[in-house]
Ligand binder design. Structure first.
Ligand code: NAP
Ligand code: MG
Length: 404
């Protein structure tokens, strides 16, 4: 079989721990034998980020801006414990995803991958629920301080015109913690546009939730801008029979659980972070959730929604064959290469993306799957737990067949 040719490189962002191991397996077994891969490679592994003082993350995000499509492996966001684990770290580097999101702006859409043999924990869910997570600002760009004496904090805005606004945050009589967060009109607007556009493209209703009863100004601004942007899409939504629905975040959580699914739930940055883990777990597994960052100017970054699966990595280092689920990482590759194919008009690459997903789902529906899924299948379904390596080999065989 002749390998599929590419014209524009895809930006490849390598990562950490177990997902880095899966990344290489997927490339070797499922990508390189079929595609004449053109990639611009950036190593976002923690130690390389440290060596480059995190410049590599910025370079990778800029390459994503330049070429349009990236695939990213999960990466470690260092915390105190990681600083002890990796004593060579010179700084507690920021979350690479946070850095990429703030350079690209945009919205993260997370959708579960459904398979027939695994039914959602929530019995009423019939269709996927896609979380649209605003990927800019709030606590992810926040600043924080800890203080240990009585005192006060004020929030001050100094306009370039000389205008000043100030408000007392609080006066305290002892130790305290403080946080300053922000968002911008343009980012919130592009979040809203991305959501309405995505819903039109996928013919799904849009739900949006905030806590504007408590955060009247901050969250109230989100609601107001969504209402404004909605006006621009009202006619198209009506034509397609779609609905835009705003409600409070706590009400939304309750309604989501009782719903049938089949809509996009737009969430502020933190809500989206938390709710996507809840939704993916209830649909089956965190390992079955895709994630794509869509920037307002149409740049795409595909990745798995889960992390680097540390516990499995330590087993792997002990020489064990782990049964880590590679599905979401495979779908990052299929999604990225398919999008590259669409943008460059390469039908072979689009078909390859579809076939890779089909082969992965076929393997699971035939009962071959990783350990995390075996416990979730419907009673009576014959499922065999295999290692990541064996699962990928199974997918490769099916992919080769599908591609003839
Ligand atoms: P995680 O890597 O997603 O793993 C949490 C647990 O979920 C695992 O221990 C495992 O459960 C299960 N799991 C997740 N993905 C799986 C898969 N593909 N196959 C099988 N089981 C899977 O989250 P974490 O342990 O909180 O974070 C680990 C590191 O990842 C952290 O350093 C964090 O900074 C980073 N992280 C990165 C990203 C990103 O780059 N996008 C996102 C989140 C977290 P069992 O152990 O019970 O099998
Ligand atoms: Mg998260």
């Amino acid at each position: 079989m002749e390998k599929i040719k590419m014209t524009t490189p895809i930006v490849e962002m390598d990562g950490d721990e177990m997902t880095r191991i899966l990344w290489q397996m997927i490339k070797d077994e499922l990508v390189l034998p079929f595609v004449d891969l053109k990639a611009e490679y950036y190593d976002l592994g923690l130690l390389h980020r440290n060596e480059t003082k995190d410049q590599v993350t910025i370079d990778a995000a800029n390459a994503n801006k330049k070429y349009g499509v990236a695939v990213k492996c999960a990466t470690i966001t260092p915390n105190k414990q990681r600083m002890e684990e990796y004593p060579q770290l010179t700084e507690m580097w920021k979350s690479p995803n946070g850095t990429i999101r703030s350079i690209l702006d945009g919205t993260v859409f997370r959708a579960p991958i459904l398979v027939d043999c695994v039914k959602p924990v929530i019995k009423t869910w019939e269709k996927p629920i896609t979380i649209a997570r605003h990927a800019y600002g709030d606590i992810y760009r926040g600043v924080e301080i800890q203080t240990d004496e009585p005192g006060e904090v004020a929030l001050t805005f100094k306009g370039e015109s000389g205008n000043k606004q100030s408000v007392l945050v609080q006066k305290v009589d002892g130790a305290a913690v403080w946080q300053g967060v922000y968002n911008t009109e343009s980012s919130i607007r592009s979040f809203a546009h991305a959501c309405f556009k995505y819903c039109i493209a996928t013919k799904q209703d849009l739900w949006f939730s905030t806590k504007d009863t408590i955060s009247k100004v901050y969250d109230g601004y989100f609601k107001e801008l969504f209402d404004e942007v909605h006006n621009e899409y009202k006619a198209e939504f009506a034509r397609l029979g779609l609905e835009y629905f705003y409600t409070l975040i706590d009400d939304a959580v309750a309604r989501v659980i009782r719903s049938k699914g089949g809509y996009v739930w737009a969430c502020k940055n933190y809500d989206g972070d938390v709710m996507s883990d809840m939704v993916s777990t209830a649909f089956g597994s965190l390992a079955m959730m895709t994630s794509v960052l869509v920037s307002p100017d149409g740049k795409f970054e595909y990745e798995a929604a889960h992390g680097t699966v540390t516990r499995h990595y330590y087993k792997y280092l002990e020489g064990q064959d782990t049964s880590t689920n590679p599905i979401a990482t495979i779908f990052a590759w299929s999604g990225g290469l398919r999008k590259r194919g669409e943008l460059d008009g390469i039908t072979g690459l689009v078909k390859y993306g579809d076939a890779l997903e089909q082969a992965s789902l076929d393997a699971i529906n035939a009962g071959v799957m990783t350990g995390d899924l075996v416990g979730l299948v419907e009673p009576g379904f014959q499922a065999k737990s295999v290692s990541s390596k064996a699962f990928i080999a199974e997918v490769r065989g099916r992919l080769a067949e599908l591609l003839g």
